[in-house]
Design a protein around this ligand. Structure first.
Ligand code: PLP
Length: 395
C-alpha cells in the first residue's frame, strides 16, 4: 500500500515551475541559458512597499493576524475595488490569502463536490485544472481559437454549460496568451450567464495592471446582475512586483468568503503579517510604479512580437496585456523538421540554443509555446536571435 494519497494521482506538478527549475539547473551546471519560462516581473518591489514591511517588523506587527486578513488590508482592498473597478463590497465580502494561488485553491476546496464541473477556457493558467481535480471536481476544458484571440465565445460558453457546471473561470488579461477581454466581449458572455442563473464566475484579474495600447480593463462583477455570483480574485504579485511576498485576495458572496476562511483557519491561518502590511502600502500608496513599468513592458512586447513574426514558420498575435506571448509554431511541426509536437519544439530549443520556453500543450493548446518577456531587453535580444537561428537550422 502506497504512503501517498490517491488524490495525488489526479494531478501533476506545475509544468511552468518545472521549466524554470530545469533552466536553473542548466545555469548552475555552467550553461548559458536564457529563461523565458517564469511568470514573474523582473522589476524590484517598490521602495515605499519595502519600507512599510521594515516598519511592520520594527513596530512588532509580527504576530498572528485575523485568519483571512487584517482589517487594515481589507479596508485597502475595499478602497481598491471602489477606486479602480467601481465595485462596492463590505468587509465580510473580502478574503486575503497566501497569494492568489491559495485563494483559488481554497475556493475550489470550499465549493466543489465530486463531479462538479468547472469550465476552463484553453489556453489556461496551468494550475486551474489540477486544483479542480484535487478538489474532486471535473475540469471542462473549452479550446479557444487563435482567430478569436484565444478567448471563449458566447456560443462556446453556452455549449459547455451543463447541469453540473459550478464555475466558469475568466482570466483577463490572460496567462499564457496576454489576451484581454473588452467590455463588450464580457457583456456578451454575461448575457449567456445571466440567462443561465446558476453558474458562478471566478474572475482572475491578477494581470489587471499589466496592459497596453489603451486597453480598458473591465471585470465581470461590474455587471450588476452577476455581482452576487462572482468571485473576483486579484493580488499584489504581478501589479507591484511582489511575487515572493505571497499576498492575494478576493471579493465575492459572503457565504463563499466564510467557507474559504474556514479552510484557511484549519490549514495555513493568516498570510504573513509583514507581507500584509506591505500590501496595505502597495494598494494605498502612490501608484506611479505601475505606469513606469508598463512603458518598459510595452517596449519588450513590441520587440518580441516583431522579432517572432520575422521568423519563418512562426506567427505571433500582439497581446494587449500581461507579459506573455503565445506564438504559433505549427508550421515547424512536420516530417522535415522531425519535430512532432510543441514539446519537441521547446525541448530541442533548450538543448540546441539554451532558451527555456514552455510548450503550449501545458496550457491546453497544442502547436504553440509561451514566452514570458518579463526579463531584460538584453536577454530578450539574445533569446530572439537564438530562436531565429534554431528555426533556420531546422532546414
Ligand atoms: N492567476 C494567474 C493567471 C497567474 O498567472 C498566477 C501566477 O502566476 C496566479 C493566479 C497566482 O499568483 P499569486 O499566487 O502569486 O498571487
Amino acid at each position: 500500500m502506497s504512503i501517498i494519497s490517491n488524490n495525488l494521482k489526479r494531478i501533476k506538478p506545475s509544468p511552468t515551475i518545472a521549466v524554470t527549475q530545469k533552466a536553473r539547473e542548466l545555469k548552475a551546471a555552467g550553461k548559458d541559458v536564457v529563461g523565458l519560462g517564469a511568470g514573474e516581473p523582473d522589476f524590484d518591489t517598490p521602495i515605499n512597499v519595502k519600507n512599510a514591511a521594515i516598519k511592520a517588523i520594527r513596530v512588532g506587527d509580527t504576530k498572528y493576524t485575523a485568519v483571512d486578513g487584517t482589517p487594515a488590508l481589507k479596508k485597502a482592498i475595499l478602497k481598491k475595488f471602489k477606486r479602480e473597478n467601481k465595485l462596492n463590497y463590505k468587509l465580510n465580502e473580502i478574503t486575503v490569502g497566501t497569494g492568489g494561488k491559495q485563494v483559488l485553491y481554497n475556493t475550489f476546496m470550499a465549493t466543489l463536490n465530486k463531479g462538479d464541473e468547472v469550465i476552463i477556457p484553453a489556453p489556461f493558467w496551468v494550475s486551474y485544472p489540477d486544483m479542480v481535480l484535487l478538489a474532486g471536481g471535473k475540469p471542462k476544458i473549452v479550446k479557444c481559437d487563435e482567430k478569436d484571440g484565444f478567448k471563449i465565445t458566447p456560443a462556446k460558453l453556452k455549449a459547455a454549460i451543463t447541469k453540473r457546471t459550478k464555475w466558469i473561470i475568466l482570466n483577463s488579461p490572460s496567462n499564457p496568451t496576454g489576451s484581454g477581454y473588452s467590455k463588450s466581449e464580457i457583456q456578451k458572455l454575461a448575457k449567456v450567464l445571466i440567462k443561465n442563473k446558476k453558474v458562478h464566475i471566478l474572475s482572475d484579474d491578477i494581470y489587471e495592471h499589466v496592459k497596453y495600447d489603451n486597453f480598458k480593463f473591465f471585470t465581470i462583477a461590474q455587471i450588476s446582475k452577476l455581482k452576487s455570483r462572482t468571485l473576483t480574485m486579484n493580488g499584489v504579485s504581478k501589479s507591484y512586483a511582489m511575487t515572493g511576498w505571497r499576498i492575494g485576495y478576493a471579493a465575492g458572496p459572503k457565504e463563499i468568503i466564510s467557507a474559504i476562511r474556514k479552510i484557511q483557519s484549519q490549514s495555513t491561518s493568516n498570510p504573513s503579517s509583514i507581507s500584509q502590511a506591505a500590501a496595505v502600502e502597495a494598494l494605498n500608496g502612490k501608484q506611479d510604479f505601475i505606469k513606469k513599468r508598463a512603458k518598459s513592458f510595452k517596449e519588450r512586447r513590441d520587440f518580441v512580437v516583431k522579432s517572432l513574426n520575422n521568423i519563418d514558420g512562426i506567427s505571433c498575435l500582439k497581446p494587449n496585456g500581461a507579459f506573455y506571448v503565445f506564438p504559433n509554431c505549427k508550421k515547424l511541426l512536420n516530417k522535415r523538421t522531425k519535430l512532432k509536437k510543441d514539446t519537441d519544439f521547446v525541448q530541442k530549443l533548450l538543448e540546441k540554443q539554451n532558451v527555456a520556453a514552455v510548450q503550449g500543450s501545458a496550457f491546453g493548446l497544442d502547436g504553440y509555446f509561451r514566452i514570458s518577456y518579463a526579463t531584460s531587453m538584453a536577454k530578450l535580444k539574445i533569446a530572439m536571435s537564438r530562436i531565429k537561428k534554431f528555426c533556420e537550422d531546422l532546414g
